[in-house]
Design a protein. Structure first.
Length: 270
């Protein structure tokens, strides 16, 4: 089924949280206040968006249940969702989208959201127009997720500042001549992502994937690449991968892929 992320309440909320995080990191007080205002306005207790968001969170944050309990929970969530009129949710989403279009550039709806696939699955579950077969398959998948073992949170021992500094120095000495600056930045943030739950890494990748997309798009428009059918085809494949990365959770394979594309973009620019 086709999924419209602008009509996904949880995606809109996560996008605002991402904008709020960026404004705090960049010390943009004006943008921070605007974003906090939008969250308070559209997701305050009592709104239909708030009620639907709680249902998303219930299914996303629950794990380790027995099958009977998982099925019961899903049944109750669906029952509560039916109490919310689709037309009311649509209306509130439209007002939020309108406000976001006024306050942010068009790229805001391309914000990287790590759990995008899960959000899309739940949005389809809440879609009353979804075919019966599709809904049954989705429900089975969701029950499996509710039964899955809760991810163990690894307790990381605090890293001694001297040890960390020594590691970084060795890393820079080894790769300073072979890696691009943007590649070293990505690897450094990936290696140290445990320290802030991956916040800096997510922020970096969100901006870096956008930069790479723009660079590849400009390359495709160049006469040199358009004349070479094979090169044009390969470049379009790379652009497609970047689009996929913006919807996936961060893992080692993604980081490796982005590093390769960073090298490709550098070669194109040179």
């Amino acid at each position: 089924m086709k999924h419209n992320k602008k009509r996904n309440t949880a995606f809109l909320f996560e996008t605002l949280i991402s904008e709020l995080t960026k404004s705090i990191v960049h010390k943009d007080g004006k943008k921070k206040d605007i974003t906090k205002g939008l969250i308070s306005k559209h997701f305050r207790r009592g709104t239909n968006l708030y009620e639907e968001l709680q249902l998303y969170k219930t299914l996303l944050d629950t794990h380790g249940l027995e099958r009977m309990v998982a099925e019961k929970l899903l049944f109750e969530v669906k029952a509560q969702r039916r109490c919310i009129a689709d037309s009311d949710v649509f209306s509130e989403q439209s007002k939020l989208i309108n406000d976001m279009n006024k306050e942010y550039d068009k790229g805001v709806f391309s914000t990287f959201v790590p759990n995008y696939k899960s959000l899309a699955t739940l949005a389809q579950l809440f879609n009353s127009a979804a075919p019966i077969k599709e809904r049954v398959l989705l429900e089975s998948k969701i029950v499996d997720n509710l039964m899955g073992e809760e991810e163990r949170k690894q307790k990381m021992s605090p890293v001694d500042n001297l040890v960390y500094k020594t590691f970084v120095n060795k890393f820079n000495e080894k790769y300073s001549e072979t890696l691009l600056e943007e590649q070293k930045d990505l690897l450094t943030k990936y290696i140290s992502s445990f320290a802030d739950n991956g916040l800096q890494l997510k922020m970096f990748l969100n901006e870096e994937i956008g930069r790479l997309k723009n660079a590849i798009t400009e390359a495709i428009a160049s006469e040199e690449i358009r004349k070479d059918t094979q090169m044009l085809s390969n470049t379009e494949v790379v652009l497609g991968k970047l689009g996929d990365y913006s919807k996936q959770e961060i893992n080692e394979d993604m980081v490796k892929g982005v590093i390769k594309i960073q090298q490709l973009v550098a070669e194109i620019n040179n």
